[in-house]
Design a protein. Structure first.
Length: 479
């Protein structure tokens, strides 16, 4: 989550992005890979990026949509680690219609000393996963870092794995994200990517996590490193540096860590992130990750809005972001799940428009998202101390199809009327026949046309059973 000091540098890089975007490779659609689940399809907009991007699927082959929130405890560590995360988080999220949580875990808590893994920390993670399973929330385990780790006053990579070559670091508490550009922090990333012993240590850490949780029913996948950064070379602008870091350092890192995970877990999804520079519409330089279950997991933040500015619909930020962020999944045929999004000040005059535009855009190309952050209070929190949505955040709660047994033709929510309509071609005789819908709080009516029947309504859920190969239209309306 960026702050003001680095804003000028990054906004200048957006100009470079505009020059880079037209030359980026665009892949042809994979046969049958598209899902057409975006809002644009229903408005007669024709084929969208979403038609060329595969969908996330479950073990039954159903097309998944994930909607939820990050869950975190950055304040507590050691014996108190994760104590701020409670069962209430998952119960309340599910009650409001969300089925997904991105759980922040920290390498410095897991391995405080080289080779010594905290069994207590693993048990705490397992307890949280048990709560998620109880409330039917799928979890992404996110190896989180902010400004590398505790060597710089934050969380993430352990101090024993931090190498700076004696370069300087100046804390900037009023603009913490700019600390990523301190020489010591940038050099620490270079050593993490390049030093063989640190490479092995990071891979072992992931083997420990994946081995412990590979069979937990709540675990959907693993986010290998949060918001990775790197060292900007003399003479490089930020966009060029980001693409080089992604190409030359992050791509090999993700392939190494994916291999480590696969040595103990063959089923979970592997989530890979570009650098945060993608937020300004800079296409990623990531290459192919050689794994059959990869998810592209960019973040969706705007530097101006993070610095306190209101949303400007005329600036075209969301449109530029969408064009840039869909290039990688189109080329490499991987699903997209946005791992973080949501402004700090959600009550400014144009924020209602922002949430509507953002929800529409995210629906055009993604298999889901995790907002930042599910907590009870102010700032980025989704809800206040009473559990009620904070201003405009209620717009994130709408009906959607959690799992579709077939190929989605369109899936559209009209915020003006509150009507949700799903059209899909049901799977054949060998596939699953049950489609699951999630409904936010309210009194909803679910109907199905085609060779299909609604099996159950109530408690925020509905299921539709369809005949093999039937064309089905499901409509959700308020009573």
């Amino acid at each position: 989550m960026p702050r003001t000091t680095w804003r000028t540098t990054l906004l200048a890089s957006a100009v470079v992005a505009a020059l880079l975007a037209p030359t980026a490779a665009r892949a042809e659609p994979a046969n049958g890979a598209g899902h057409g689940a975006g809002h644009g399809a229903a408005n007669g907009a024709g084929r969208t990026a979403g038609d060329r991007i595969p969908v996330l699927t479950d073990e039954h082959g159903r097309a998944l949509t994930l909607r939820g929130w990050n869950v975190e405890d950055k304040a507590n560590r050691g014996d108190a680690a994760l104590s701020a995360v409670t069962e209430k988080h998952f119960r309340d999220m599910r009650a409001k219609g969300f089925n997904f949580a991105r759980l922040l875990v920290f390498w410095d808590d897991l391995e405080p000393r080289p080779g010594r893994y905290s069994q207590d920390y693993l048990r705490k993670i397992e307890r949280i996963l048990d709560w998620a399973e109880k409330h039917d929330v799928k979890v992404l385990l996110d190896a989180h870092q902010d400004v590398f780790g505790p060597a710089f006053g934050h969380r993430g990579i352990p101090e024993w794995a931090t190498r700076t070559d004696g370069l300087p670091f100046t804390p900037r508490p009023d603009d913490w994200f700019s600390e990523y550009f301190e020489p010591a922090v940038q050099r620490a990333f270079t050593h993490l990517y390049e030093d063989e012993d640190l490479r092995r240590a990071q891979a072992r850490m992931w083997r420990v996590l994946a081995d412990r949780f590979d069979d937990h029913p709540a675990v959907l996948g693993y986010d290998l490193i949060n918001e990775p950064m790197g060292e900007v070379r003399e003479g490089e602008d930020l966009a060029t540096a980001a693409r080089r870091i992604e190409r030359d350092q992050l791509t090999p890192l993700y392939n190494r860590l994916a291999d480590a995970v696969r040595s103990v877990d063959r089923d979970a999804w592997i989530f890979v992130e570009p650098t945060p520079i993608v937020g300004e519409g800079v296409p990623t330089g990531l290459g192919r990750i050689h794994d059959p279950k990869v998810v592209y997991a960019p973040h969706f933040y705007n530097t101006g809005m993070e610095a306190g500015a209101d949303y400007d619909p005329a600036a075209g930020w969301i449109e530029n972001y969408e064009r840039a962020v869909t290039l990688y999944p189109e080329r490499y045929k991987v699903p997209v799940v946005v791992g973080e999004w949501g402004p700090l000040n959600n009550s400014l005059p144009n924020m209602n428009r922002f949430y509507r535009d953002a929800m529409s855009s995210l629906g055009r190309y993604g298999s889901g998202w995790a907002g930042y952050v599910w907590c009870y209070g102010g700032g980025y929190c989704a809800v206040d101390g009473t559990g009620a949505f904070r201003t405009n955040k209620e717009l994130t709660a709408e009906p959607y199809a959690e799992a579709v047994a077939g190929r989605v033709r369109s899936a559209v929510h009209d915020p003006a009327t509150g009507v949700y309509r799903l059209v899909y071609d049901a799977a054949g005789r060998r596939g699953s026949r049950v489609t699951e819908l999630s409904l936010p709080p309210g009194d909803w009516r679910v109907t199905a046309r085609g060779a299909a029947v609604v099996l159950r309504e109530g408690r925020g859920r509905a299921r539709v059973l369809a005949a093999p190969d039937a064309r089905v239209t499901v409509t959700v309306t308020r009573r």
